[in-house]
Design a protein around this ligand. Structure first.
Ligand code: SF4
Length: 395
C-alpha cells in the first residue's frame, strides 16, 4: 500500500508525514497529532498497521477471564467490581469453582485464562501458588496469564519475598504471564485523583520490567477519560515505548506482546458524573495515535467490551490489527458500564473481521496464529449464498 499523500506544512501535519515515512516522533510530535482531523490520523495509522502486521489478517484469542476474588482493599474510585469482605456479594472462588470455569473454556477450544482479582488481604501466598499448581495439574493445555502489577505489589509487600524471589515462586508454581492491567494513565497526577491508593507508575513499570526480564508475557494497557491532558496521554505512550525499547535491547525482545486501550466506564462508581469519559471519536483518535507513536509494539487491540462490537470493528481501520479475545465472562469493565456484553462468540469475532475485509485468525496470547477458522462453515456463506445468514437476528 502506498503512503497517504502529504497533507500540509503545519507542524502537526509535518509530524504526521514524518511518522508515515517511518520516523519516530518525540513528545511534541505525538502531542501535535491530537490537533489534526481524525481521518488524516486514521489514514496514517492504518498505513502503519498494514506495514507492521500481516495486512490481510485480524487476530483474536479464545480465552476466559476469571476473577478469583472481588474483595479488594485498594478501593479505586473508578471500580464498580470490588467489594469489602463484609458485603454480602463478596466472594473468593475455591479451586474447584475455578476448574469448573476452565472446563467450560476447554469445551469451546480455549487456550488460556486471564486470572485476576482484587487485592484481598485474607489470601496467603499458598492460595496463589496452590491455585497455579491446581490449574497446571488439572488443565495442562491451558496457559495461565495471571495477576496484575497491583496484585504482585500486594504479594511483595505482604509475603516477605523480594520481587525476583516472588516471581520465581509464582513461575515455579505455573505462572506463564503477567498481564499489564492497571496501566490506565501512567502519570501519577492522574492516578492520584482517580485512585489514591492505586499502584504508582514507578512500581507498575518496576514489576512489568522484572516480569519481562524473567521471560513472562505482558501487554501494555491504557484507559482514557479521567480528564487527563493530551500531554499526559503522550507521556503515557512514551513511557511504554521506552520500556519496550529496554525489553528489546536487554531481554531478547520479550517486551509487551501487544497494546490494549479502552475508555473509562463509570457506571456505579464514585467517578460517575465527575470524570469526563471519552467518546467514540476520542477512542478512535487515541487508538490511531497509539499506533503511530508505538513504533515498537506491532499488535494493537480493539476493545469490544468497553466500546461495543461496532466501534471495535471500526477500530480495525484506526490502527488495530486484533480483536482481543472472546473472554467468556468479563466482570470488571462490565460492572462499570461497558456495552452490556460479557463475552463474544467465535462467530461474532469472525464476522466482525470478515465484514471489515480481513481474514480472521485465532492466536495464542503471544499473538502467534494457531488456527485459521473455516469462515464458510462458521458464517454459512458460500458462492451460492454469498451473504450467508446475514438476516435480521443474525449475530
Ligand atoms: S480496579 Fe482492581 S485494585 Fe482497584 S478497586 Fe478494583 S479490583 Fe481493586
Amino acid at each position: 500500500m502506498t503512503a497517504p499523500a502529504p497533507i500540509g506544512t503545519d507542524p502537526a501535519a509535518a509530524a504526521l508525514d514524518r511518522a508515515v515515512q517511518g520516523e519516530r516522533l518525540d513528545h511534541a510530535g505525538i502531542e501535535a497529532l491530537y490537533s489534526l482531523p481524525l481521518p488524516d490520523v486514521a489514514a496514517a495509522a492504518h498505513h502503519l498497521r498494514l506495514a507492521r502486521r500481516d495486512p490481510d489478517t485480524v487476530t483474536f484469542l479464545i480465552d476466559r477471564n476469571i476473577n478469583y476474588t472481588n474483595i479488594c482493599n485498594v478501593g479505586c474510585n473508578f471500580c464498580a467490581f470490588y467489594r469489602t469482605a463484609r458485603q454480602k456479594d463478596s466472594y473468593t472462588l475455591d479451586y474447584e469453582q475455578i476448574s469448573h470455569k476452565i472446563r467450560e473454556l476447554e469445551a469451546v477450544g480455549g487456550t488460556r485464562i486471564l486470572l485476576q482479582g482484587g487485592v484481598n488481604p485474607a489470601l496467603g501466598l499458598d492460595y496463589y501458588t496452590g491455585l497455579l499448581r491446581h490449574v497446571k495439574a488439572n488443565h495442562p493445555t491451558i496457559r495461565i496469564d495471571a495477576f496484575s502489577p497491583e496484585e504482585v505489589l500486594f504479594m511483595e509487600k505482604t509475603f516477605g519475598h523480594t520481587l525476583d524471589d516472588l516471581l520465581t515462586i509464582l513461575i515455579e508454581a505455573g505462572l506463564d504471564g503477567l498481564p499489564g492491567a492497571g496501566g490506565e494513565i501512567l502519570e501519577d497526577d492522574v492516578r492520584a485523583k482517580a485512585a489514591p491508593a492505586r499502584i504508582r507508575s514507578e512500581d507498575w513499570f518496576r514489576i512489568i520490567d522484572a516480569a519481562q526480564r524473567r521471560g513472562l508475557y505482558t501487554i501494555a494497557t491504557m484507559v482514557i477519560g479521567f480528564g487527563e491532558t493530551y500531554a499526559q496521554r503522550t507521556s503515557h505512550l512514551l513511557k511504554i515505548r521506552e520500556q519496550q525499547d529496554r525489553a528489546n535491547r536487554e531481554y531478547g525482545g520479550n517486551g509487551f506482546s501487544g497494546f490494549a486501550m479502552w475508555t473509562l466506564q463509570t457506571e456505579h462508581t464514585r467517578l460517575h458524573g465527575k470524570a469526563p469519559g471519552a467518546t467514540a471519536h476520542e477512542y478512535l483518535q487515541q487508538l490511531a495515535i497509539a499506533r503511530i507513536a508505538l513504533d515498537n509494539i506491532p499488535n494493537i487491540q480493539a476493545s469490544w467490551p468497553a466500546q461495543g462490537f461496532k466501534v471495535a470493528q471500526s477500530a480495525l481501520y484506526y490502527g488495530a490489527n486484533d480483536l482481543g479475545s472472546t473472554m467468556l465472562e468479563e466482570n470488571v469493565v462490565s460492572a462499570a458500564g461497558g456495552h452490556g456484553r460479557h463475552n463474544a462468540t467465535v462467530r461474532e469475532l469472525v464476522r466482525i473481521a470478515v465484514d471489515a475485509g480481513f481474514e480472521p485468525a485465532i492466536r495464542n496470547s503471544r499473538f502467534q496464529i494457531i488456527e485459521r477458522p473455516d469462515v464458510t462453515a462458521i458464517l454459512g456463506r458460500d458462492d451460492a449464498n454469498p451473504e450467508g445468514d446475514r438476516a435480521v437476528g443474525a449475530s
